[in-house]
Write a protein that binds this ligand. Structure first.
Ligand code: HEM
Length: 103
């Protein structure tokens, strides 16, 4: 929707500049002024950040976790579904951590 450095391709810019009133944002309100649209363009060019918390950067546009096939923990009695095995192993580990921490 908003690719840093590519404001012209941005869905947001399309929405605020579109000639079709049914598509243009803000909905049911007068169109943004040129300076307002320019401010949006500059914001996108910089790499949009929401309240300094969320940064949409080219890095975050690729999935950080690629699909992969993890090694399956061994099956415990009655737990043979692969997802259950992963969750069970995780919970076991967390339980041991908690026990070591005196919890
Ligand atoms: C300057 C202010 C606004 C901007 C930049 C903006 C931007 C956008 C964008 C980029 C989308 C598309 C989202 C997507 O495809 O995932 C969208 C959809 C939508 N917006 Fe806005 N919006 C604004 C104001 C508003 C306001 C004030 C309303 C309601 C009164 C509104 C109602 C909607 C609705 C209902 C949709 C989904 C339906 C559609 O695709 O037309 N927006 N908006």
């Amino acid at each position: 929707m908003a690719v840093p450095g590519r404001s012209a391709d941005s869905g947001i810019i399309d929405r605020v500049t579109n000639d079709d009133p049914d598509v243009r944002m803000p909905a049911e309100a007068p169109p943004l002024s040129e300076p307002e649209i320019d401010a949006l363009r500059r914001w996108i060019e910089r790499g949009p950040s929401l309240a300094g918390r969320i940064l949409v950067s080219p890095r975050s546009l690729s999935t950080p976790l690629k699909p992969r096939r993890p090694d399956l923990p061994s099956a415990e009695a009655g737990i043979d579904n692969p997802i259950d095995r992963i969750v069970f192993a995780y919970l076991e580990k967390a339980r041991h951590r908690a026990a070591r921490a005196g919890g």
